[in-house]
Ligand binder design. Structure first.
Ligand SMILES: Nc1ncnc2c1ncn2[C@@H]1O[C@H](COP(=O)(O)OP(=O)(O)OP(=O)(O)O)[C@@H](O)[C@H]1O
Ligand SMILES: [Mg+2]
Length: 273
């Protein structure tokens, strides 16, 4: 399979993003046992940009995100995340790398019985480590947690148990928790797949605003093309583990993106061979 790059360079995005890339991936290859699930993947994430990652189920979106935090079996290539090598980091270096990466998931992954405020505070554990907060979170931690709750628009819910919030509100808590890490990059794997269209839009607007306002690059995987087209600066499309297209969002539309979801006929002879 040959990767087709619709638009190799992205001048408008580069002009609007500042500084050198926070994430640089080159010729990345990931394999589970003998199954190659990512191949020849190149990726740059610049401060200030929101990049949508698209592709059919099984195309490798989650695996690409996992490879940036040392959770995927990388077989070759390079992956630099905020100055750390994700292909070889272990121990303390890997913990530091993971502290630099804020993650947002489809199912929010909050602790339901804990208050919204406490859930956000747990974001500080990534950087401090549990042993360093054994005497409790500092007043600075608490100030920051309220600051980020305010940032995502739900400071008024701080004392409520996380389980009492709507899905959209819970995802805001998860985003505040990610910000509490003071991350260098945010990876959001299908963050709106469990939300209705209105909440999905508001959560993506928030993530885009964080990318722009806070300068933190956001990589977000999505399955809904109109949402990707409305809320990203650039789109990267994966098919069968390879990057099939990468282009500024302004140059794309649903029709151009449909190539990501077209499948070749499987030749029975090849398949059985
Ligand atoms: N832990 C694992 N062990 C073996 N194979 C895996 C593992 N995780 C993922 N894969 C395989 O890697 C490929 C890519 O999976 P991945 O979860 O990255 O896809 P995806 O694009 O995120 O799909 P979806 O849109 O359904 O979330 C699939 O073929 C999947 O079966
Ligand atoms: Mg996935």
């Amino acid at each position: 399979m040959s990767a087709t790059t619709l638009t190799a360079a992205a001048p408008s995005v580069r002009a609007s993003s500042q500084g050198s890339p926070v994430v640089t991936v080159r010729a990345l290859q990931v394999a589970y046992d003998t199954e190659l699930v990512l191949d020849r993947v190149d990726l740059d994430l610049h401060p200030g940009e929101m990049v949508a990652l698209l592709g059919a189920s099984g195309s490798g979106k989650s695996t690409l995100m996992k490879s940036l935090t040392g959770f995927a079996p990388i077989t070759s290539g390079t992956a630099d995340v905020a100055g750390r090598d994700a292909t070889s980091a272990s121990g303390r270096e890997l913990r530091r790398l993971r502290a630099d990466v804020g993650q947002v998931f489809q199912q929010f992954n909050l602790i339901p019985r804990l208050s919204v405020f406490s859930n956000v505070l747990t974001g500080a554990l990534h950087r401090a480590g549990p042993l360093n907060v054994i005497g409790g979170f500092t007043s600075e931690h608490r100030r920051l947690a309220m600051h980020y709750l305010d940032r995502v628009g739900i400071a008024h819910k701080a004392k409520e148990p996380a389980r009492s919030l709507s899905g959209g509100q819970q995802q805001r808590v998860a985003i505040a928790r990610a910000l509490m890490q003071q991350p260098r990059v945010i990876l959001a794997d299908e963050p709106v797949a469990s939300l209705d269209p209105k909440l999905a839009t508001s959560v993506l607007e928030l993530l885009h605003d964080i990318a722009k306002g806070d300068g933190i690059p956001v990589l977000v995987s999505l399955h809904v093309l109109p949402l990707a087209l409305a809320h990203s600066d650039r789109i990267i499309g994966l098919r069968h583990g390879e990057i099939l297209l990468t282009a500024p969002t302004a140059q794309l539309d649903s029709e151009k993106l449909s190539v990501l979801y077209e499948f070749e006929e499987v030749d029975d002879d090849d398949h059985l061979a």
